[in-house]
Design a protein around this ligand. Sequence first.
Ligand code: PLP
Length: 411
Amino acid sequence: MGIHMNGTSSSNGHPRFSVYLDHAATTPVLPEVLEAMLPYFTVKSGNPSSVHAWGRAAHQGMEAARRQVAAVLNCRPRDVVFTSGGTESDNFALKGVAWAYRRGMFPDKPPSTGPGHIIISAIEHHAILHSAEELEHHGFEVTVLPVDKYGSVDPDAVARALRSDTVLVSIMYANNEIGTIQPIEDISRIAHEGGALFHTDAVQAGGYLDLDVDRLGADLLSLSAHKFHGPKGVGVLYVRQSVALLPQQHGGSQESRRRASTENVPGIVGLGAALTRAHQNLQSDVQYARGLRDTLITGIMKRIPDVHLMGHPERRLPNNANFCIEGVEGETMLLKLDMRGIGASSGAACASGSTEPSHVLRALGVPRELAQGSLRLTPGIDNSPEEIAYALDVLENCVTELRETQAVASS
Ligand code: PLP
């Protein structure tokens, strides 16, 4: 652990660390994952659709990865569709189901039932929000459910929103900004009782939460390898056997005619290796990340006054700590932290001179001024306790400095 320490001393006597605390954005590929991928760039670099030995070697690697994913999701290998990442999986789920409905592929629910209705939440990733907006341009109707102050979706609100032409309910498993985990099993049950399919964006859950699709009641589920120490640009859409889904990418007959394009074999092999490792180490990874997260949360709440923890206090990802810090500006803080070797993120971005809170903070009802001081810290299994201690010291200093500067500027 602690691979980022560079060992030299800084002027204030602290060991100099560079501490990556942005694992919700992406994670480094682990050495064993890279090792599993390497042959598929060189000696096994055939096209998996080719009949010759090179093609067969690539095909075998890809199918082994499909079995690895299926073992973690508790599904059939053929229900696993490899994609280019979380964004494509989310687009595919929403548009694939919506257009299948329009095409009359839901025998119990013909298009004459209504224009086609989809339910999502206000804090979904933009891959879902923008896909839903796009479908609205084509006459589909979308209900965007609000969340409470912790970012939780009320299952009863899902029940109330269901209609006879609701084809899909899509609610994320865990939020990427505030880490809140949704009551997925309750929501999927309600969706099914109302005759709708259920999709969950599990991109942030991969590596930390149980992904058994039967237990979750998911008909469709999105994953992205780079969130659990696999490579970027490769993901999964799980599609239950009974689900009608229209391909969104046309061409060859790859992925059982569901997703045309030569598969990213090294990426797929890396995804399989990374997901298997994460699954095998789930308990210890969760325990380790939670320890670091809790040190961050308790340290920050104790050492820095006027800080608010965002997201659910208990039902949150083990590696997510998200705060709004009064009297500081999020982006300035990120730059200051970066200069001192700390990689973090903010849920507020500077747009033409004023700080705009993210759609997630807005949905929580966080006042604009408080949202300005948004800070997300997402540690990972490659962080050490020493790095967290260093980050806490730096953070405390940064906030004090920023507040002093602010006070001088406004006096
Ligand atoms: N969904 C969630 C919840 C995410 O956090 C992300 C990435 O940040 C995505 C979807 C998109 O995944 P990708 O970067 O693989 O396209």
